[in-house]
Design a binder for this molecule. Structure first.
Ligand code: 1GP
Length: 248
């Protein structure tokens, strides 16, 4: 149901907002605040995952969030230990900007049976890291080099290869806490090359940065860090996502 919803939003020119929750940094107060905003229609999806996650706590907080809101939660796993049957779907990430075979196919083989057993819906995702101006947890933990920020053609060719391989979603990520979000030229180049839904995240900490990513062609933006301690600016962010987006 998630992929058709994304495609429908794309064909209608509607932009979407996903909020990333790192379960290791979650708190009841923050989840309740985010859940309220979600119930007011400001959040389309939650992404759930992080680089280092305590499985037990993660499961507790995920169930807490599911009790607060019906907005779908998509697993965005930092490792094979981050599967949870309480989620609505799994972003089955293939790190196609990297050359680490474990993150292209190895881990997928390890957890394939478990995913099937849990009945988790999978969303095959071409995950592309773009240099965000400083080393991030994801580049370090994955042992991969992000695509340089000033090489949009490489990002576009990578996304196109992902589409040709049959992946269903492209996620351009500067990494959580990135200094610089994914550059508009890179987003435009990828947008021009593929028809798949395009998700962009990493380093989006202001409504203006969100607007730039959306104007450049992102269908959905992901915001994590910037809302972890302070969710008060979410209404402004949602306003940018919901309306007034000029398509560049
Ligand atoms: C990271 O795209 C997400 O994978 C969100 O990044 O935490 O910097 O918003 P931030």
């Amino acid at each position: 149901m998630i992929l058709p919803a994304l495609s429908r939003a794309r064909s209608q020119g509607r932009k979407l907002l996903a909020v990333l929750v790192d379960p290791d940094k979650a708190s009841r107060e923050n989840l309740e605040a985010l859940g309220r905003y979600a119930n007011e229609g400001m959040i389309d999806y939650f992404l759930w995952g992080g680089s280092l996650v305590n499985e037990v706590e993660s499961s507790y907080y995920l169930r807490l969030l599911k009790a607060i809101t019906e907005v779908p939660v998509l697993l965005f796993p930092g490792s094979v230990y981050q599967l949870d049957e309480h989620a609505d779907a799994l972003l089955l990430l293939s790190l196609i900007s990297g050359r680490n075979p474990e993150l292209l196919i190895g881990h997928h083989v390890t957890v394939a049976g478990r995913i099937k057993q849990m009945g988790l819906t999978t969303i095959p995702t071409g995950y592309i890291l773009i240099d965000g101006g400083k080393p991030t947890s994801v580049s370090y933990m994955s042992g991969t080099t992000p695509i340089p920020a000033d090489k949009p053609a490489i990002a576009a060719a990578t996304a196109l290869a992902g589409e040709q391989l049959g992946l269903r979603l492209i996620y351009l990520d500067a990494g959580s806490g990135a200094l610089n979000p994914v550059d508009a030229r890179t987003i435009r180049a990828v947008r021009a090359e593929v028809v798949l839904p395009l998700v962009v995240g990493g380093g989006i900490r202001t409504p203006e940065r969100a607007r730039q990513s959306l104007n450049a062609g992102a269908d959905m933006i992901v915001v994590g860090n910037g809302l972890e301690r302070d969710a008060d600016w979410l209404p402004q962010l949602a306003e940018v996502v919901r309306g007034g987006v000029r398509i560049a």
